[in-house]
Design a protein around this ligand. Structure first.
Ligand SMILES: Nc1ncnc2c1ncn2[C@@H]1O[C@H](COP(=O)(O)OP(=O)(O)OP(=O)(O)O)[C@@H](O)[C@H]1O
Ligand SMILES: [Mg+2]
Length: 392
């Protein structure tokens, strides 16, 4: 008997399934009852099935052991010239279409006996299993470690977002007070309460008044956004007429549309039912959508605000004939402080907050915003509101 067989005799390898020490002759584990050969076959099959291009494997244990010849040599179970002769014989038979495994050939040529060969195969299967278990354990450890790292990163990101939200909220509130002073004094000056004004001074004050109004809107948006992101939106739901709301939006945007050379149209179906929502916020939503429509359409284009009844919902839409949004960038437009053209030379003004807030407001009404768009042809942005049962 070789040293290898002696080694096996000393050594009780662990069962790959339950980990208990295995008596060396066993083909099933006396502890958990698993069929060791079957377990090996199934594991290897499952593995090989996932490897592209791998050939189907036979159910012979020897076929599972890579480089069995080297293994037998390394453990002094066959001699090198015996192995070479068996390999030559195997080749010779294969040429006559008689395919045999190396173990079978070695046994037939009398270089190894059946029992020793089976033991060698068994032990190597167990070694392979142990290696597989060890690799799995390492993998699990690495997955655990990576998950921990990702969780930490997520936590840090959460903290950073919180700091950002606090910063926006604090700065916005702090900007309000000095802005109120500026606006107050501009009004006093314009009304002549602080003395007579020249025409140029009046014009300068008008510019100041417009700019402070813009700044005030921006600060209100920032406060609204940071509050909504932190605490969610608390809605003040009430019955309202969509036609009236649309008319308000038309009034607020008509000057801007005219200045931009855009034709603004209303397409509100007659006799729409009374809806229920936070009307003030919904007006803000429509204003943002129309404002975008005008901004991203420009001279010679058209923007339409429309609504129609469809079963128990009302569809509301803003359609423009403007620059459009590439299909793969639609999700981006909802990111706060994000504009599709974020370059320093960008053509369009704004902070990139409008649609982020529009989405939050619509979602808090249980509604989803939809965008259909074709670059250089225009966009259709829409959402639906339910008709309350008493209005239907
Ligand atoms: N109707 C539209 N046509 C083409 N692109 C649009 C349209 N609406 C929005 N976008 C794109 O989505 C981006 C985000 O829109 P959003 O309204 O959030 O920000 P903004 O209009 O740039 O700034 P703000 O609304 O804060 O003044 C815009 O910068 C633009 O790139
Ligand atoms: Mg906008």
């Amino acid at each position: 008997m070789s040293k290898f067989i002696d080694d096996i005799a000393q050594h009780n390898p662990p069962c790959p399934h339950c980990g208990e020490a295995l008596p060396r002759e066993e083909k099933t584990c006396p502890n958990c009852g698993v069929d060791l050969l079957l377990l090996t076959l199934l594991t290897e099959r499952a593995y090989l099935d996932g490897v592209p291009g791998s050939a189907p494997i036979s159910s012979t244990p020897e076929a599972l052991i890579p480089r069995i010849g080297d293994y037998l040599l390394d453990h002094d179970l066959v001699k090198e010239d015996e192995l070479n002769m068996a390999l030559a014989r195997q080749k010779e038979l294969a040429e006559k279409n008689d395919h045999r495994l190396l173990g079978q050939t070695l046994i037939e040529m009398g270089y190894i006996d059946h029992e020793t060969f089976d033991l060698a195969i068994n032990l190597q299967i167990i070694e392979l299993h142990s290696a597989l278990r060890e690799a799995n354990r390492n993998l699990e450890q690495r997955v655990e470690q990576r998950t921990g790292e990702l969780n930490n990163a997520l936590e840090r990101l959460g903290e950073t977002n919180q700091i950002k939200a606090n910063l926006i909220s604090n700065v916005s509130h702090e900007l309000r007070t000095p802005l109120a002073h500026i606006k107050g004094y501009v009004e006093l000056l314009r009304e002549g309460d602080l003395g007579e004004l020249t025409l140029e001074q009046e014009e300068a004050l008008e510019v100041m008044a417009r700019s402070s109004a813009r700044l005030e809107r921006l600060i209100e948006d920032l406060i609204e956004f940071s509050t909504a992101a932190r605490e969610g939106i608390s809605l003040n739901q009430q019955p309202f007429s969509l036609a009236d709301l649309a008319e308000e939006v038309r009034k607020r945007t008509s000057k801007n549309a005219e200045k931009s050379g855009v034709e603004f149209k209303l397409e509100i179906e007659d006799n729409l039912p009374i809806l229920e929502a936070d009307a003030e916020r919904l007006e803000w939503v429509l204003y943002q959508l129309v404002d975008n429509g005008i901004k991203f359409t420009g001279d010679g284009g058209e923007v339409t605000l429309g609504a129609n009844k469809d079963g128990n919902i009302v569809n509301v839409y803003v359609r423009d004939t403007g620059v459009g949004i590439p299909a793969d960038r639609i999700e981006e437009v909802f990111l706060p402080f994000h504009q599709l053209d974020g370059s320093p030379t960008r053509k369009y003004g704004g902070t990139g907050l409008g649609l982020a807030l529009v989405k939050l407001i619509l979602n808090s009404h249980g509604s989803e915003i939809r965008i259909e768009s074709t670059v250089n042809e225009g966009s259709l942005i829409s959402f639906s509101l339910p008709i309350p049962s008493e209005s239907a």
